[in-house]
Design a protein around this ligand. Structure first.
Ligand SMILES: [Zn+2]
Ligand SMILES: [Zn+2]
Length: 146
């Protein structure tokens, strides 16, 4: 019985990862899993993520201070990491293909994986940060409230 439940929970975690349209951290997965399996624990989430990682089913990325997960294998993509909200965004970088073959030719080193991670601020955070900064000033054309 216990075994069956842990298999179901494992499937649930996999499903959440497969269906996610963004990178999830363990807390995100836990919140979603709890809605469907109220007895699931955070340590179960961590244990399964570790297992999936070992089996090559998920990829783990460190964005800022948090670790995020996404299903693997994937078409190669790279990440933009927001320093404000910590979210990871994906981008494709065809030039890494060229880099790989150049390294192969010039260094004789066979590259099998390349990951580019660029840090900065996402559009939403830029907007928020600009709005916060603007809040300290009087907006032109608006009457100053005394
Ligand atoms: Zn952000
Ligand atoms: Zn990704």
């Amino acid at each position: 019985m216990l075994n069956r439940r842990s298999t179901e929970q494992r499937e649930l975690i996999r499903e959440i990862l497969q269906q996610a349209d963004e990178h999830l951290d363990a807390d995100n997965i836990y919140e979603q899993a709890r809605q469907r399996s109220p007895n699931i624990s955070l340590s179960t989430i961590y244990r399964n993520l570790q297992l999936f990682k070992e089996l090559g089913l998920v990829e783990e990325h460190q964005f800022g201070s948090r670790r995020y997960y996404e299903p693997a294998p994937q078409t190669e993509h790279h990440h933009l990491v927001c320093l404000s909200c910590g979210r990871g965004f994906e981008f494709k970088c065809p030039s890494t293909e060229g880099l790989k073959s150049r390294i192969n030719k010039e260094e004789g080193f066979r590259v099998i994986a390349a990951e580019v991670c660029l840090a900065g601020y996402c559009p939403a955070c830029q907007e928020r940060l600009t709005a916060t900064a603007a809040g300290n000033r009087t907006i032109p054309g608006q009457k100053e409230v005394k």
